[in-house]
Ligand binder design. Structure first.
Ligand SMILES: [Cu+2]
Length: 123
C-alpha cells in the first residue's frame, strides 16, 4: 500500500516535469515566431542621401532597420522616437504610434551631412 502511494507520487512528479518541459518548449517556440515577425528594412546610405528615403510602416509592426553604408560611416536616427541605427547589424523598433517621423544621419559625413534625411510614415 505504502509503495503504491510512493509510486503514485513519483508518477505525478514525472508528469509535472513533463508538463513544465512542454510549456518551456512552447514558450521558446513562441519567441522564435516573434523573431520571424520582424520585418527587415535595409537603407542604403551614401553622401548625402538615403535610398529609400520614404519608408512606410504599419502601426504596431516590429522592424529591424539596417544601414548599408556605401561610402563612409553614416547612421539613421529618429530623434522624435529615440531610435538609432548605425550599420548592417541594425536595430529593432516597434512603431506603435501613427504619424510621420523624420530621420537624419547622426554621424558627421561631410558638407551635405545636414541635408541627409528621410521620412518614416507609420499608418
Ligand atoms: Cu552624415
Amino acid at each position: 500500500m505504502k509503495n503504491a502511494i510512493i509510486a503514485g507520487i513519483v508518477v505525478i512528479f514525472i508528469l509535472i516535469v513533463i508538463l513544465l518541459l512542454v510549456y518551456m518548449k512552447a514558450d521558446f517556440n513562441a519567441s522564435v515566431i516573434d523573431e520571424g515577425n520582424v520585418r527587415e528594412i535595409v537603407i542604403d546610405a551614401k553622401r548625402f542621401e538615403y535610398s529609400p528615403n520614404v519608408i512606410k510602416i504599419k502601426e504596431g509592426e516590429r522592424i529591424r532597420i539596417k544601414v548599408n553604408n556605401l561610402d563612409t560611416e553614416h547612421g539613421m536616427s529618429i530623434p522624435e522616437l529615440g531610435f538609432e541605427s548605425h550599420d548592417e547589424v541594425g536595430a529593432e523598433f516597434v512603431f506603435d504610434k501613427k504619424g510621420t517621423f523624420d530621420f537624419y544621419c547622426h554621424h558627421y559625413c561631410g558638407e551635405g551631412h545636414s541635408q541627409m534625411k528621410g521620412v518614416i510614415i507609420v499608418e
